[in-house]
Ligand binder design. Structure first.
Ligand SMILES: [Zn+2]
Length: 333
């Protein structure tokens, strides 16, 4: 039996990404694995009237159970409405690796999937992506493809070196596959250790020259940035102060992300920062209250810290705040 995303109150990415390009901002894509993360993301996005893409990785599906996740997404839509919000919510598969997992997600109510064939030879990436698009578009589900490989660790996929997107491939790839958005590699990286820099040194800038080349060849086409956490230094400092050990963790500066959000980059993925916010708050509570054993007493502050981070990203970094209702109005037309 197939559950269609519209019956869950979700939307696909089509209208929101187009409006984000035209408006010069980016839609946040936050990963979640549990209730507290989902509540924080929804709360932060309703409070800032921001569109949101809820990302579920294959690891999250394994961790939380796919049926549970579907009901959580339904709960998230209801919670959003009860809060008085009217924001578009997408449920998206992050880094789908096979045709079968994409089909399974689409049949279970996802409104968007990523098929990541970026590690495959070019023609195989095209063939796999084409198959997924053909299936997904029957149900108006959006598909994100990828060209170029990011360095870093994405769950079980680890790449030591990145290979940047080659701008001369993007036209052919998007035309032949008919994907709705394209993830590119311009120097971002997965995980909390994105760049090897000495203390006090700035991380290297993103390759905006590649992005500009891609934009020239694909005017108005939705571009996606993965591995775009800032690895917020305050959280690293907090984690280390309260018993953690994360030396040398560093991410993409907020200035770089703001610059990207003003371009054709209209979806920015944020996972590591969300993990860091919760971990920093939980470590502080447990270090200050060694006798505490009620999960609400430490997960609650973790959730509050994540809500704060989501508001900050939407308002200050991505610029998505204040655009939720207008996108919903356009979707309903
Ligand atoms: Zn990714």
């Amino acid at each position: 039996m197939t559950i269609h995303y519209k019956d869950l109150g979700l939307v696909n990415t089509k209208v929101m990404l187009q409006m984000a390009i035209e408006g010069g901002y980016a839609v946040p894509a936050y990963n979640f694995n549990n209730m507290e993360q989902l509540q924080a993301v929804i709360r932060g996005c309703v409070e800032t009237d921001s569109p949101v893409i809820l990302q579920i990785s294959r690891g999250a599906r394994k961790y939380a159970n796919q049926t549970m996740l579907r009901y959580m997404a339904m709960g998230a839509v209801q919670m959003m409405k009860e809060m008085g919000g009217d924001i578009p919510i997408v449920v998206h598969l992050d880094h789908g690796d096979t045709y079968e997992v994409c089909v399974d997600c689409i049949q279970n109510g996802f409104s968007s999937v990523m098929i990541d064939g970026s590690h495959l030879p070019y023609e195989e990436n095209i063939a796999l992506t084409q198959r997924v698009v053909e299936y997904a578009h029957q149900f108006e589900v959006s598909v994100e493809g990828e060209l170029g490989v990011l360095a870093g660790i994405e769950e079980d996929i680890a790449a030591e070196h990145s290979s940047y997107t080659q701008p001369d491939e993007v036209e052919d790839f998007t035309k032949r596959t008919d994907v709705d958005s394209l993830a590119i590699s311009i120097g971002t990286s997965h995980g909390a250790y994105k760049f090897k820099v000495k203390p006090g040194e700035e991380p290297p800038p993103l390759h905006f020259d590649i992005l500009e080349e891609v934009e020239k060849r694909l005017p108005g086409f939705p571009i996606v940035l993965h591995g775009a956490s800032s690895v917020v230094p305050e959280y690293i400092e907090m984690i280390n102060r309260y018993g953690g050990h994360m030396e040398g963790a560093v991410g993409v500066s907020e200035d770089q992300l703001r610059r990207a959000a003003r371009s054709a980059v209209c979806k920015i993925n944020i996972d590591s920062d969300c993990r860091l916010a919760i971990t920093a708050a939980v470590r502080r509570v447990l270090a200050e209250n060694p006798g505490e054993f009620d999960p609400r007493k430490y997960l609650g502050p973790g959730r509050d810290e994540l809500t704060k981070l989501v508001r900050h990203k939407n308002e200050v970094v991505l610029g998505s705040a204040g655009h939720g209702r207008e996108i919903m109005a356009a979707v309903r037309k």
